[in-house]
Design a protein around this ligand. Structure first.
Ligand code: MN
Ligand code: MN
Length: 467
């Protein structure tokens, strides 16, 4: 009897897919490394709330690691580290390997734009003696989540003279914030009967910008005038300058530890900085690589990856072309031999919404980096489905390097779906699979991830580069 029990136990251990909480596997030293990595990641998040800020910070860090600006006319030797910035909104970082580029590159891509509220081209208006800013939301948001929270304004204004002004208001303790008001429950009887989609419209997402008149004279638009006077004094801009500006309202809160055990991080813009930061750190720390490693941080994923700074732009191909030309190879041959991790977040099984997830095939927080064979909608529409061969290759790298990982689909088959930039990479004839961090409250102003999973994502990318 005892013997049979042991046999069942052993067979289960050998034959079953093992699903383990990372916290049961990691020792004290590893857990400390998790904590140290998280600390730096939180600092990065607080500094970088827009794609421009990520690019700026990434380049600054890269320079301190010996990276220099890429020059397509220079022939780079193995070990050289370069960066290429595309229009302040996307950046490629590469470390040249010992093998010829014709052997292909190891690429990690992540996106650095996040859902937010952009200001409309002519945003400032006055209504009932209150100055407001009209917004046009960017990416897939649940609109109600953006009401009644503190917002900060980030971005850039190009003045008539051509001079540019960087804007950041609402991040420092001594700065004001902005806020979109919500209707009080006492008067919300009718509103509460509407569906969530009907109850909140894009045109109602107007943020408070001020409420004092310019002077005590009677007149129209004096509150608006007062705001423009403040902006003119501070930045030298007029209302027309809003037209040539990119201003983004983002949540004003900082990254915070979540839970008594501080195991999780809550922050704005984890999607996808929680993969962009590991991909950045991995490339910075690469040494003596066999194959050229490339980290690509791109813009525009949340709106479909179109535009010259998105993954669908040719700028990445052009970069590969420049690398290939150095050794007289064709870019297409380099691309066809290259391999890529498309690093993006996945939806973690959420006990508060368990009916939306399929428990066997969902990913879970703390079970490590999630590898997702395919994304897409319904019947896998519009996805690149990684091959069994490539999944197998990645699985081996993860296991050989003792990285905690799990497989995970996003929610139940018919509940919806989503996509990543993997398909744009795959369309270049590159082997690619999605990996990334499982998260709660994706696309909310405050998203949650586990510290262990963030660190495992970093280790996964690093091992992939070094393999
Ligand atoms: Mn994403
Ligand atoms: Mn997203």
């Amino acid at each position: 009897m005892e013997q049979q029990k042991d046999e069942v136990k052993n067979l289960k251990k050998t034959l079953f897919l093992e699903k383990k909480h990372g916290g049961t596997v990691l020792d004290e030293k590893k857990l400390q490394a998790v904590e140290d990595f998280s600390k730096n990641y939180k600092l990065f998040l607080d500094k970088c709330k827009t794609e421009r800020e990520v690019v700026k910070e990434s380049v600054a860090i890269a320079k301190s690691f010996g990276f220099t600006e890429f020059d397509h006319k220079v022939k780079y030797q193995p070990g050289k580290k370069v960066y290429y910035v595309n229009r302040e909104k996307a950046v490629i970082l590469a470390v040249i390997g010992k093998n010829t580029i014709a052997d292909g590159a190891r690429i990690a891509v992540a996106h650095i734009d996040s859902p937010r509220l952009d200001l409309k081209p002519s945003p400032l208006y006055e209504s009932n003696e209150i100055a407001l800013l009209k917004t046009h939301y960017y990416g897939g948001i649940k609109k109600y989540q953006w009401l009644a929270i503190p917002l900060a304004l980030h971005g850039k204004i190009i003045k008539k003279s051509g001079e540019s002004v960087d804007i950041s208001v609402g991040e420092r303790e001594d700065e004001p914030c902005f806020c979109i008001t919500d209707l009080l429950p006492h008067l919300a009887k009718d509103q509460m009967k509407k569906t969530i989609a009907e109850g909140f419209s894009g045109e109602d997402l107007n943020a408070l910008a001020g409420s004092l008149p310019f002077s005590n004279e009677e007149g129209k638009d004096l509150v608006k005038l007062n705001i423009l006077k403040i902006l003119n004094d501070k930045y030298g801009i007029t209302e027309t300058d809003f037209l040539s500006a990119e201003l983004e309202l983002v949540p004003a809160f900082k990254a915070l530890d979540i839970g008594f055990d501080r195991s999780m991080i809550g922050a704005y813009g984890h999607d996808d900085r929680v993969c962009a930061y590991p991909a950045l750190r991995a490339i910075l720390e690469c040494q003596d690589l066999e194959n050229t490693a490339i980290t690509v941080l791109v813009d525009k994923e949340e709106v479909g990856s179109d535009g010259n700074t998105g993954m669908n732009s040719a700028f990445f191909q052009y970069f590969i072309e420049d690398l290939a030309k150095q050794d007289n190879f064709e870019a297409r041959h380099v691309l066809s031999k290259s391999k890529c991790l498309s690093t993006d977040v996945n939806a973690a099984f959420d006990p508060n919404f368990s009916s939306y997830y399929e428990s066997e095939n969902s990913c879970y927080i703390n079970r490590g980096v999630a590898v997702t064979k395919y994304t897409g909608n319904g019947g896998k529409a519009s996805t690149s489905d990684a091959s069994a061969e490539f999944f197998g290759e990645i699985r081996k790298i993860l296991d050989d390097n003792e990285i905690i990982w799990q497989a995970g689909e996003m929610g139940k088959v018919d509940k919806g779906g989503g996509g990543t930039i993997a398909k744009f990479i795959a369309n270049l004839n590159i082997d690619v699979v999605d990996i990334g961090v499982p998260m709660f409250s994706m696309h909310a102003p405050f998203e949650i991830v586990s510290k262990i999973d963030v660190y495992m994502t970093y280790l996964a990318i690093k091992s992939f580069f070094e393999n």
